[in-house]
Design a binder for this molecule. Structure first.
Ligand SMILES: Cc1cc2nc3c(=O)[nH]c(=O)nc-3n(C[C@H](O)[C@H](O)[C@H](O)COP(=O)(O)OP(=O)(O)OC[C@H]3O[C@@H](n4cnc5c(N)ncnc54)[C@H](O)[C@@H]3O)c2cc1C
Length: 643
């Protein structure tokens, strides 16, 4: 199962080796992180990042090994944006000349970059950005300026204190005309003494949610006062500005930018499976350790994992972690496919790939954020302790629902794509993940034929149910939209229903990809069988949770829905004996899990007790402040008080 989770024996080997390298090196200790003040915390992150870079150089780690190393260090840092956004933005949007100039500097970390798009006033609405980049033909330069308070760049990670450069998104103005929002490479700080360059105001935006958590990152604010940069620092793969101020559209379409988004979002989906599997690993192991009630004749109490309610909350999350892992694997393939097609100037699959990754980013990050919180509750009171690892994981993870596109805004983009697909059904064959829409007419008419709970253990029946639900919801939205005179007004009015239709479409993708995974060669005794159980759990759990959709669209009867739920209960009993093995297959070290509740050896209570005494409050029996503030209350003269 470890190989199935990792994707291949080679990946498992590299991942395990890097995990052990980090776990065995005291330089990467993270237990005290939540107790540090912001400055100490940030300095500690810089120290770890510098040490990691030294390891990468000294041990000559490959790009793949370095990626795993950074993952297992498990601390948001400026390097995430440098490698994850700054470099991909130049790779995706820069000309060959620009790539040759900037990428070697960035790859050797001789410059450190961030991605500065969002402003105080606008994030989702990129066309609403206010920063201007005005071309000055006299000097062959762009002048970057922040004309209003709301135009201040706000949020970019790595910007606040570390980055020397940024890819800055600004309104391109040439000859007094606006030509859209574009990216510019801008140096922010001196490479000599790191002070901000003339005309640049830059700093950190302040503390964020949770102790430790994302506060290791210097999310920043940035303002420009008429800052000049050479013309060739505009990223010009799609649109060029010539020396004499002419705008030249290159033959590369603007959707090329989607290619970078597909890349970034597929990494976010992969991260979702890591974060969720981590929380599930903690909650599953602890649920087997924790006992409450049910003692008979003085025997041990019941392990909480044996309660059906615990199983019905935990096992769908376990199944979701695997489902997201496999859909992430498929998305990685999709990105490689898109990349190859782009290289051959084939842009035909880009819109579908873009809608698909946007939707899956939204679906998986929302489910993961909710799932981590559910795991905290599954661990009862001890889940609220920072030493459970869950509060910090939650605090670090939840912004994934917002960055790289607010999840609702992304689902609305998917909805536009679905409505367009439905409207073109007569004359254009839907492709890829929307291919099922080609059978919309049949899916609108056929109804589920299931008559017993056992019949739900059938991949075709499951896929057809999800296809029928998704197709019916999309077609219904399209039909209602058609009744509006103004389509935009209709879209705004029906937005909530459109989002639900997008969710149905995205859930279908995840379910289908899980089923497709099971059709591949899966080595290892019993591995396929265990994965089949998880696949059914995932699908039938969604069916149960969204039974309103399946019933309202008329595909299922209440009886069939109840049969699905009966089957789900039976499946939980099949997951139970393998639950611990299924989370051990994630192959996470205790260091990476960072959780006393999720310890591999299950030695929870002694370690919780031991950890409590390490809290700084327990440095002395009498706390600092007691004599000053509490003792006077205890010693007050009560004779005069009316009690
Ligand atoms: C931890 C973190 C790190 C970040 N890192 C970076 C970074 O490195 N670089 C960078 O440039 N940015 C970064 N961001 C910013 C991030 O990309 C934006 O916050 C994100 O795109 C959402 O935009 P917003 O903040 O404007 O949200 P808003 O759009 O203001 O959203 C507010 C609410 O309005 C709703 N809403 C907005 N538009 C619509 C609509 N059309 N229809 C219906 N509902 C709508 C949303 O669903 C949401 O509920 C980061 C943010 C966070 C939290």
């Amino acid at each position: 199962m470890k190989v199935a989770w990792a994707g291949s024996r080679e990946t498992l080997e590299v991942s395990d080796r890097m995990a052990k390298l980090v776990a065995n090196d005291p330089a990467f200790e993270k237990f005290t992180r939540p107790m540090l003040g912001r400055k100490e915390l940030f300095k500690d992150t810089l120290k770890k990042a510098a040490y990691a870079w030294k390891l990468i150089i000294d041990l000559r780690l490959s790009e793949e090994e370095a990626k795993w190393l950074r993952l297992y260090i498990d601390e948001p840092a400026f390097t995430d944006l440098h490698w994850g956004m700054f470099i991909p933005a130049i790779e995706g949007q820069g000309t060959e000349e620009q790539k040759q100039k900037w990428l070697p500097l960035a790859q050797k970390m001789q410059i450190i970059g961030c991605y500065a798009q969002t402003e105080l006033g606008h994030g989702s609405n990129v066309q609403g950005l206010e920063t201007t980049a005005t071309f000055d033909p006299q000097t062959d330069e762009f002048v970057l300026h922040s004309p209003t308070l709301t135009s201040s760049k706000w949020w970019p990670g790595g910007l606040g204190k570390v980055s020397t450069h940024a890819v800055v998104y600004a309104r391109l103005i040439v000859g007094g005309q606006f030509h859209g929002v574009h990216g510019f490479i801008v140096q922010l700080r001196s490479l000599e003494d790191h002070s901000p360059l003339r005309g640049i105001t830059v700093g950190d935006i302040g503390l964020k949610f949770g102790n430790g958590a994302y506060n290791t990152m210097d999310n920043g604010v940035l303002r420009f006062s008429h800052v000049r940069i050479p013309r060739n620092q505009m990223l010009m793969r799609v649109l060029q500005v010539t020396k004499d101020g002419k705008i030249m559209q290159s033959d590369v379409p603007r959707q090329l930018i989607y290619g970078t988004m597909v890349y970034v979002r597929q990494t976010i989906v992969a991260d979702a499976s890591k974060a969720l599997s981590r929380a599930v690993c903690i909650a599953t192991r602890y649920s087997a350790v924790r006992r409450q009630f049910g003692s008979r004749d003085g025997g041990p109490e019941t392990q909480v994992i044996d309660y059906k309610t615990q199983q019905s909350r935990l096992f769908p999350l376990l199944a979701s972690a695997y489902a997201f892992r496999f859909v992430g694997e498929w998305l990685k393939w999709l990105y490689m496919d898109v990349k190859q097609r782009l290289a051959a100037n084939d842009f035909s699959t880009l819109p579908e790939a873009h809608a698909c990754t946007a939707g899956l980013k939204s679906l998986t990050t929302t489910a993961t954020a909710d799932g981590i919180e559910e795991c905290r509750k599954l661990c009862g009171g001890h889940g609220y302790l920072v030493s459970s690892g869950l509060p910090e994981l939650f605090a670090v993870y939840i912004p994934a629902c917002t960055y790289e596109g607010d999840n609702v805004v992304l689902l609305l983009q998917v909805a536009r794509f679905l409505v367009k697909t439905v409207s073109e059904l007569g004359h254009k064959k839907p492709v890829g993940t929307t291919a099922y829409m080609g059978r919309a007419a049949a899916l609108m008419q056929s109804n589920c034929g299931i008559q017993s709970a056992g019949e739900w253990l059938n991949p075709d029946a499951i896929v057809e149910a999800f296809e029928a639900r998704a197709a019916r919801m999309a077609v219904s939205c399209a039909q209602r939209l058609a009744k509006f005179e103004n389509p935009e007004e209709g879209f705004a009015e029906l937005a909530a229903d459109l989002v639900e239709a997008s969710v149905a479409h995205c859930q279908l993708i995840v379910v289908s990809k899980f089923i497709e995974k099971l059709q591949q060669d899966i080595p290892g005794k019993g591995v396929r069988e265990s994965l089949e159980v998880l696949c059914y759990v995932y699908a039938l759990f969604l069916l149960h949770k969204h039974q309103g959709d399946f019933l309202a669209t008329g595909y299922l009867t209440p009886k069939q829905s109840a049969l699905a739920n009966d089957q789900l209960r039976t499946l939980y009993s099949k997951v139970r004996p393998n639950a611990i093995a299924l989370v051990d297959s994630f192959s996470y070290t205790d260091h990476y899990l960072g959780s006393i509740l999720g310890r591999y050896d299950g030695n929870v209570y002694p370690k919780l007790y031991e950890a409590a005494w390490k809290d700084p409050l327990n440095d002395s029996d009498v706390a600092d402040g007691f004599h000053q503030y509490v003792q006077p209350i205890l010693k007050q003269n009560l004779h005069s008080a009316k009690l």
